[in-house]
Design a protein around this ligand. Structure first.
Ligand code: UDP
Ligand code: MG
Length: 316
């Protein structure tokens, strides 16, 4: 099979028939053998019903229904596990991404040997409240990841060599940084392709400001995961321990000075009269808290409950 198209969706019933017919036409015209994998991320509208009907008409359709809404990353993760094509394409379900781009993306993987090609919505049809934070997000991601040739990390339209999707795990809000995750997994040939972007035709966006902030926290966490291997927060724990012991040693030193002054009958300021003591106190308290933060983070990073524990309701 040439191509697997993975489409995560949440309440997109109006777009699906048009999208499926459009994809099928492009695949047919280019003589690609393909599968179309829909992941219904717990839609509460008629999306699943629509998909069931589409499956009767298009043999290429496969679909998974989540028991509830688990997020775009979980949906992509399932799609990646199912995909059988040599090249895996991801795209959004809302007709903002154009299936006409697929042949170009396919060729860049197949003929130019890229591991991953990320779409670039150069002319974006979204409101400023979306495009502005995205600009900031993209430049921060570029700096932190060292992937300097990408302008648009979060574009839903991307193409992957099959091995890439089989060797990465996506969870939380990480669907925004798949190129970064791929790079850390050792896939270095990452490129970009300018793609068409349309305004949303039906329904409304599912990504508001709060998801944006969550995404930013995820970026920071994967930065640490990458830098500090499997123990992201050892860094904080270590800093905490250092600060705690520095404060402790300073206090001991002040006490020794006071005690030796007493024993040699010299008048000397009380420990509590010295500014250094308060600095030491702060170092001890802050250090202890940082150390606990590191410890808790360690526990969290060791439990996998944070990750993909979605439940699948149906597969067709
Ligand atoms: N989506 C999803 N689960 C969610 C939110 C969104 O599967 O919890 C899908 C959504 O249906 C669409 C894609 O992810 O196919 C991108 O979402 P959206 O178009 O709302 O994002 P935007 O284009 O506004 O960034
Ligand atoms: Mg959209």
């Amino acid at each position: 099979m040439n191509i697997s198209i993975v489409i995560p969706l949440y309440n997109e019933d109006e777009s699906l028939p048009e999208l499926t017919a459009w994809i099928d036409r492009v695949m047919w015209e280019n003589k690609f053998s393909y599968e179309l994998i829909f992941i219904d991320d717990g839609s509460t509208d008629d999306s699943w019903l629509v998909i069931e009907r589409l499956k009767e008409k298009f043999q290429s359709v496969t679909a998974v229904k989540f028991r509830r809404n688990y997020g775009k990353s979980a949906a992509l993760n399932v799609g990646f596990a199912m995909a059988q094509g040599d090249v895996v394409i991801t795209m959004d379900a809302d007709l903002q991404d154009s299936p006409d781009e697929i042949p170009k993306l396919y060729n860049r993987i197949k003929e130019e040997g890229f591991d991953l090609i990320s779409g670039w919505k150069q002319k974006r049809h979204d409101p400023l409240s979306k495009t502005l934070p995205t600009k900031l997000f993209n430049s921060a991601t570029r700096k932190m990841s060292g992937i300097n040739n990408l302008h648009d990390f979060n574009c839903g339209l991307k193409a992957y060599r099959k091995e890439v999707v089989k060797n990465i795990e996506v969870y939380g809000e990480m669907h925004r940084y798949i190129p970064v995750i791929a790079k850390w997994a050792g896939f270095k040939k990452i490129g970009e392709q300018v793609v068409q972007h349309y305004p949303r035709k039906y329904g409304e966006t599912k990504f508001g400001m709060s998801r944006f902030i969550n995404g930013f926290l995820d970026l920071i966490s994967i930065f640490f995961v990458g830098k500090f291997s499997k123990r992201p927060m050892h860094f904080f724990g270590t800093m905490g321990a250092v600060s705690f012991f520095a404060g402790f040693l300073i206090t001991i030193w002040l006490l020794i000075q006071k005690l030796s002054a007493i024993s040699s009958h010299i008048t000397y300021r009380d420990v509590t009269d010295q500014p250094l003591f308060y600095l030491a106190l702060v170092a001890i308290i802050v250090g202890f808290q940082l150390f606990l933060t590191g410890f808790v983070a360690e526990l969290v990073s060791r439990s996998s409950t944070e990750r993909n524990n979605y439940q699948i309701e149906k597969v067709i």
